[in-house]
Design a protein around this ligand. Structure first.
Ligand code: PHE
Length: 459
C-alpha cells in the first residue's frame, strides 16, 4: 500500500458536492455542443438515444469513478494504485487514474480557448458589434477573433489567471464558494433567456423538433455520437469525478448523487436546446449548422431581435460562467494532485498548473491563427488532421475518453474485488448487481463500439 496521506478535505454538504459536480459537468458540452449535434442529427430521435446512453452507460461509469475516488481517498493516480493494491491486482491498473488525469488536462488546453471565445463574445456583444449585422459580417467577426493570436492570448490568459486565483484559494474558499454563486446565477440566466426566447421565437417548432422523434432518421452513427457525448458531458474519464469522489463523505449515497448529477446535466442541456431552437426557427436559421451554431448562427438572431444587444450579452455571460466552472474543476483536480505529489503549497500548485495550461493552450490558439509550426498533415485511425488543435481534439475526445471509460468500467467491474465495491456503494443488493452488470458488460461493449466507429474501423 502507498504511504501517501489520504485526502482529508470533505464537501461541506451533500448539496455542495452535487452543485460542484454539476458545475463540472455543465459546460460548453451542454450549451454549445449538445444543441448543435442534436441539430445535425435530427432532433427528437437523437434525444431519446442520448437519454438512454446517459442512464445506462454514463451513470454507471460516473458511479465507478466516485467509488474509486472515495475508496482510494487520493488524487486519481494514487487512488487507483491503492485500490489495485487492496485487491492484489497488478500495479499497472493505476493507469486508470493517470490516463484519465492526462486526458482531462489535454481537454482543458483547448477548452479554455473555446471558453475564451465566449469571453471575447461577451465584450463584442456588449459593444453592439452584432447589432444589425448580417451573416457575412458575423462570419468575419468570428474568423477575425479565432484567427487573432494576440486577442486569443489575452482572453485565454485572463481566464487562466481567474482560474488560478479560484483554485489557489483552496478547496473551500475557492471552488466551493465560487460554484455556490456561479451555478445558480448561470441557471437563472439560462432559464430567463429560455422564457424570453419562447416569447420572441418560434417555441412550437422548437418543441416539435426536439420532442417529436422521427426514428427513421436514426442511424448507427447517431447512436454512437450520442454515446460519446454522454461521456463528455458528464466529465467522465477525465479525472474530475474521481477527484470529487475523494472529497465525498463516507455516508453520502453514490447512487443517489450520481443520478441527480445526470438529471441536472440533462435538464440544463434540454433547457439550452429550448432556449436556442425557438430563436433558430423563429429567425429562419438552420438547426444543423454544426459547431458554428452558437458563435455564427445565433448572433444573427441577436442582431435583429428586440433588446438583442442585451440578450446576446447575457447569453455569452451565461456560456462563459458554465465553461469557467468546468475549467476550475479540471484545474482543481490537477492542482490537488500537485500539492500531494510535490508537497508544495496550494498557490504554487495552482499557479504552476495554470502556467503549463496556458503554455499548452497556445497549441490551439496558434492552430486557429494558422501559425506555420502548428500545421500538420497526419491521418490517424481514419481521421485526417491539419493542425495541432485537431490532433489534440481527436486524440482526447475520440480516443482517450473512450479508452479511459473502458478502463474505468473494467477496473471497477472486474479488477477490484466485488466485496470492496459492494461495501463502498452501500446500496441494496439488486442495485449493486445492476451496477455491476452495467460496468462489466454494457459499458465495455458499448464503449468498444463507439471507439471502433469513431476510429473508422466500423464505418
Ligand atoms: N462536461 C464538460 C462540458 O460539458 C466538459 C468536461 C469534460 C469538463 C471533461 C471536465 C472534464 O462542457
Amino acid at each position: 500500500m502507498t504511504t501517501k496521506p489520504a485526502i482529508s478535505s470533505r464537501w461541506n454538504s451533500r448539496f455542495s458536492f452535487i452543485l460542484a459536480a454539476t458545475a463540472a459537468a455543465v459546460g460548453l458540452g451542454n450549451i454549445w455542443k449538445f444543441p448543435y449535434i442534436m441539430g445535425e442529427n435530427g432532433g427528437g430521435a437523437f434525444i431519446v438515444v442520448y437519454l438512454i446512453c446517459i442512464f445506462t452507460l454514463g451513470v454507471p461509469v460516473l458511479m465507478g469513478e466516485l467509488l474509486i475516488g472515495r475508496r482510494g481517498r487520493n488524487s486519481p493516480g494514487y487512488a487507483a494504485r491503492n485500490l489495485a493494491a487492496e485487491s492484489r491486482r497488478h500495479p499497472a491498473w493505476q493507469l486508470t487514474g493517470w490516463v484519465t488525469m492526462f486526458t482531462g488536462f489535454m481537454i482543458l488546453t483547448f477548452y479554455v480557448v473555446v471558453a475564451s471565445w465566449a469571453f471575447s463574445y461577451v465584450v463584442k456583444s456588449a459593444q453592439g458589434q452584432f447589432h444589425q449585422a448580417d451573416s457575412e459580417a458575423i462570419t468575419q467577426i468570428f474568423r477575425g477573433m479565432a484567427g487573432s493570436a494576440s486577442e486569443m492570448l489575452l482572453f485565454t490568459a485572463l481566464l487562466v489567471i481567474a482560474t488560478a486565483v479560484v483554485v489557489g484559494k483552496g478547496f473551500k474558499h475557492g471552488l466551493e464558494r465560487t460554484v455556490r454563486w456561479a451555478m445558480p446565477v448561470m441557471l437563472v440566466l439560462l432559464v430567463g433567456l429560455a422564457f424570453y426566447s419562447a416569447l420572441v421565437g418560434d417555441f412550437a417548432s422548437a418543441v416539435n423538433f426536439m420532442f417529436k422523434p422521427d426514428f427513421s432518421e436514426l442511424t448507427m452513427s447517431t447512436v454512437l455520437i450520442a454515446l460519446g457525448h454522454a461521456f463528455f458531458t458528464l466529465s467522465l474519464a477525465s479525472g474530475v469525478m474521481m477527484m470529487y469522489g475523494a472529497y465525498l463523505p463516507t455516508n453520502t449515497s453514490i447512487v443517489g448523487t450520481s443520478i441527480w448529477i445526470a438529471i441536472a446535466d440533462t435538464i440544463v442541456a434540454l433547457i439550452a436546446g429550448l432556449m436556442i431552437f425557438p430563436l433558430v426557427f423563429g429567425y429562419g436559421l438552420v438547426p444543423g449548422e454544426g459547431p458554428g451554431l452558437i458563435f455564427q448562427t445565433l448572433p444573427l438572431a441577436f442582431a435583429s431581435m428586440p433588446f438583442g444587444v442585451f440578450i446576446g450579452t447575457v447569453f455569452f455571460v451565461m456560456l462563459l460562467l458554465a465553461a469557467f466552472t468546468s475549467a476550475i474543476s479540471m484545474v482543481e483536480s490537477i492542482a490537488a494532485f500537485t500539492v500531494e505529489r510535490f508537497a508544495v503549497s496550494r498557490w504554487t500548485a495552482a499557479i504552476s498548473t495554470c502556467v503549463v495550461l496556458f503554455a499548452l493552450s497556445m497549441l490551439t490558439i496558434f492552430s486557429f491563427s494558422g501559425a506555420g509550426w502548428t500545421q500538420v498533415d497526419i491521418t490517424f485511425l481514419g481521421k485526417h488532421m491539419t493542425n495541432l488543435f485537431e490532433v489534440i481534439d481527436h486524440m482526447t475526445s475520440n480516443i482517450l475518453l473512450p479508452i479511459g471509460g473502458l478502463i474505468i468500467a473494467l477496473f471497477t467491474g472486474w479488477a477490484i474485488r466485488s466485496k470492496f465495491m459492494a461495501a463502498e456503494l452501500q446500496a441494496a443488493g439488486w442495485v449493486f448487481k445492476l451496477w455491476q452488470f452495467a460496468v462489466r458488460y454494457i459499458a465495455p461493449i458499448a464503449i468498444t463500439l463507439v471507439f471502433l466507429q469513431l476510429t473508422g474501423v466500423l464505418s
